[in-house]
Structures are given as structure tokens and as C-alpha cells.
Design a protein around this ligand. Sequence first.
Ligand code: ADP
Ligand code: MG
Length: 353
Amino acid sequence: MSPYASGPMPIRQLPPQLIDQIAAGEVIERPASVLKELVENSLDAGATRIELEIEGGGLRQCLVRDDGGGIPREELALALSRHATSKISSLEDLERVGTLGFRGEALPSIASVSRLAVTSRARGGDGACRVEADGGRLAEPAPAAHPVGTTVMVRDLFFNTPARRRFMRSERTEFGHLERNARRLALSRFETGFRLAREGKVVFDLRPATDAAGRLRRVAEVCGEGFAQHALAFDRSAADLRLSGWLGLPTFSRAQPDLQYFFVNGRLVRDRLVTHALRQAYADVLFHGRHPAYVLYLEMDPTLVDVNAHPTKHEVRFRDARSMHGFLHQVAEQSLARTRPAAAPAAGAAAGP
Ligand code: ADP
Ligand code: MG
């Protein structure tokens, strides 16, 4: 007896566009995800300046322009095909990947659910080239005008996937998600300038930050003056690990866990182990029910952390989870202890950097 009410369909290979749309279902949840993927590509390309031009909450237009290394003319169409990447070529590469991307899925996924145009000029190349795709159908690449770098324009997101389109909220809400992503990305790379414009009006314009004062200014712009003024800057290394950033002082706790950023080798991750270690470090200094605020950067040997745990790469797996928990907890707790009055000595308070 067939388990299918209407009889089984024969097994068949899915058409490429549908495969891309299925992949898009996973990584392209909303306009904010488009922005994240495109900006990550710009960062991987070594951009020093990234400009974002958003219209209609990112549904009508999400444009990302960078001054990175660009895409050679002969590779432009390939960049839009599935599982095509310049970032890894072997399992060894994957296991020590240092770029934000490596799956070769973002551009084809986005292209399959939008009208997309990529214009790029490679450094050292002899001119710019443009390729357009409409719902994943590629046109022939054509010569274009563009300085060294890349502009990706995504229009009419989900125009051909009405079910997904129906899940979109108001333009305002979608823009809110998008702006939050843009700010987080700006926290991940201080040396890169970021400008966000909405319907032609500049929302923020962050200049590259190359010194401590500049970095603190960016933190203030992204996380608010309150946090910047009540945060402890620190930088600690142990063995192959380096943890640095800003720990919100106990006087700046939050009612929600909404100001907790943790970057692993430049990638923003949400990780329960990390949250737990930090919550423990703050346990003695925060009132019950309050949440700590922090912006932390962990640098570590990429072979000791697996970033290929989830398609959106929000999650990572530490090879040695126990000692990672211990390290995070200890560094945070000791750094916080040094901010307390001398009358309350904390065990093992270490000499500062
Ligand atoms: P991935 O980032 O996983 O490699 P993508 O689909 O996001 O996959 O991009 C495919 C390829 O296109 C990248 O590997 C890169 O070579 C190229 N590319 C995409 N965006 C840019 C950009 N802004 N600048 C330079 N190259 C880019
Ligand atoms: Mg990518």
C-alpha cells in the first residue's frame, strides 16, 4: 500500500532554480538576511568602505556597494551559481576557514527569489562587468562602469515566492531588523567604514576606526552612549586565546539580554555556552533578573572552532567547550572584580593588561 494518498510521484531531480529557492528558505529569511550575506561578502573582499542603500524596508531595494577586491569578469556568472566559491577548495580549507562565507550559496539563493544585479570591477582588471538575474534566470554579462569593487543590487525580494512574501512585516519593522544587522556588522570590523541610507537619507555614517578612541566612538554610536560610558575596556590573552572588548559595568545592566555581542574571529555568534559563562561571571555583581551588557571579541585558532554548524552560521562549536567556558568565565569575572572597591577582594584577581 502506498503511504501517499494520491499516489507517489516518481523520484526526480529538482530543477536548479527550485534547489536555490529551497536553500534561500534557510538563509534568506527577510531583507535583513540579504544585507548580512552581502555585507559579509564585502568584508571577505577586503572592503574599507561599505555603503548600503535601502528602500521599502529592503524589500523593494537592498543595495550594497563596496571598494573590495571585486570579481573578475570571467567569474561573474559563476559567482551566481550554486556551490561556487573562491573561499575554500578543500576540506582542510573548510576546517581552518577564516572568511565569513564559504558555502557558495548566498548569491544564487538571493538571485532565485529576487531581481538581482551584480556590477563589479576586479583590482587589476581592465574594466567593469555587470550580470543580472531575474528570479534566478541569468542574462549574459555585459560591460559596465564601476570603480574597483562591487555593487550588488537586490530588488523585489520574494516577488516570485508569495508564501515567503506574506511573512514579511511592515516596511518599518523590516527596516528595523535590517538596521540592527547593519550595526552589528559595523561592530565586527572597526577598520571598515559603513554608511546606511534609507530612501536616500543617511541613517548612519561610521568612519573607519583605527585607534582606541575611534573604536569607543563606534561602540557608542552602535550601542549607545550609556553603554560606552559604563563599560570596561579590556584585552586578555592566554595560550592561543585572546578575549578583548567591553564589559558593561554592573551599574549598566539591562532588563533584557539585548546588548550582548560576541564575535568569534570576526563572526557574530549566538552561543549558549558563551551566554552561560558570561552570566556566571556577572552572577555576583548583578541583581537577580538583570542582564549584563557586553561586546566581546574572541580570537582563536580557527581549527579549534567549527563554524559549519548551521547554514546561517550564527552558531559555532568549540572543540574544547569546557576549557572555553572556563576561560570566558574567568577572564570576565577577573576583569569585573578589578572594578570593585578594594574592600571587596575577589579571589584570583589578575594583574591587568
Ligand atoms: P561565499 O561567500 O560562501 O563564497 P556567495 O554566494 O556569497 O558565496 O559568493 C560567491 C562568490 O562570489 C564569493 O566566493 C566571491 O568570490 C564572490 N563575491 C561575492 N560578493 C563579492 C564582493 N562583494 N566582492 C568580491 N567578490 C564577491
Ligand atoms: Mg557569501
